[in-house]
Design a protein around this ligand. Structure first.
Ligand SMILES: C[S@@+](CC[C@H](N)C(=O)[O-])C[C@H]1O[C@@H](n2cnc3c(N)ncnc32)[C@H](O)[C@@H]1O
Length: 258
């Protein structure tokens, strides 16, 4: 993942925008998984700490964030000294069995080769009856772009993600990955879409910075700029639709007799 070729502060802005998309879903899943009564809560792939630092403020449990990128962890620690940020690989977690009451991730699994190893490690470090939450994983295979001229952007972005080593179809695999990990009480769903207002300038800017970075080897700067302007215009006139299904899954660690 080429993420931190940009300063962490830029990724932080991006992650804050993505976190706003899943805000109400997260609240529902935190309720379902009884997060307020968890004593120790771990986020794997915590990035710049947007999700876990919010949990640290909202709930009483001790919070931990683990990311493979030490620069991201240093940045997170500057903003949130309550959470303990640790550098490590989600596929080989440096904690004993049953160390946490709840373990979660948000926009992580798409970026990890062998994501089933992450979920199996999350299960190992979570106590019996504790919850594992994959809060958001996109599925670009179900992407809808309208008007049709934007479909090319969608296809190129999916190819660019594959070139970066990501799995753009991770969303549809979550249920299977949770079942294979032996979790119980699994609930899986997709975040719904609503197109009432327009995206803010900050959101559009952030989206197009990501698209421009993804497509820099696939389209000329002029072509990207032309698409960017057309996109802004389509949002302004009100006919733009962009839907990337974003899946979530939660499941519970069974006791040995279940
Ligand atoms: C898209 S970011 C999401 C950050 C954060 N969860 C959020 O939503 O704000 C994905 C994060 O996963 C981290 N990551 C990628 N592969 C990882 C791995 N194998 N183990 C731990 N973290 C990993 C990246 O460094 C990056 O910070």
């Amino acid at each position: 993942m080429e993420q931190f070729s940009y300063p962490p502060s830029e990724w932080h802005d991006r992650y804050r925008i993505q976190a706003a998309w899943t805000q109400s879903l997260r609240e529902r899943l935190y309720e379902l998984s009884n997060l307020r009564n968890a004593n120790r809560i771990m986020e794997i792939g915590s990035g710049t700490g947007v999700i876990i630092s919010e949990i640290a403020v909202q709930f009483q449990g001790k919070t931990y964030g683990l990311d493979i990128d030490h620069q991201a962890n240093a940045f997170s620690h500057q903003l949130d000294s309550v959470t303990r940020y640790i550098t490590g690989d989600g596929r080989n977690l440096p904690f004993p069995r049953a160390s946490f009451d709840a373990t979660l991730c948000h926009f992580l699994l798409m970026w990890v080769p062998n994501p089933e190893l992450v979920i199996s490690e999350m299960r190992r470090i979570t106590k019996v009856d504790g919850w594992i939450l994959a809060l958001a994983e996109p599925d670009y295979g179900g992407r809808i772009d309208y008007p049709p001229k934007f479909e090319e952007i969608g296809k190129l972005q999916t190819c660019a993600l594959i070139d970066q080593g990501a799995d753009p179809m991770i969303g549809r695999k979550l249920k299977d990955i949770f079942s294979q990990a032996g979790l119980i009480d699994i609930q899986v769903g997709v975040l719904s879409g609503e197109w009432t207002g327009q995206p803010t300038l900050e959101e559009l800017d952030s989206e197009w910075r990501t698209i421009a970075a993804d497509l820099r080897h696939k389209l000329s700067d002029e072509a990207i700029e032309e698409y960017r302007r057309a996109d802004a215009e389509a949002w302004r006139t009100g006919n733009r639709i962009l839907f990337i299904p974003t899946f979530y899954a939660i499941g519970r660690v069974p006791s040995y007799t279940e």
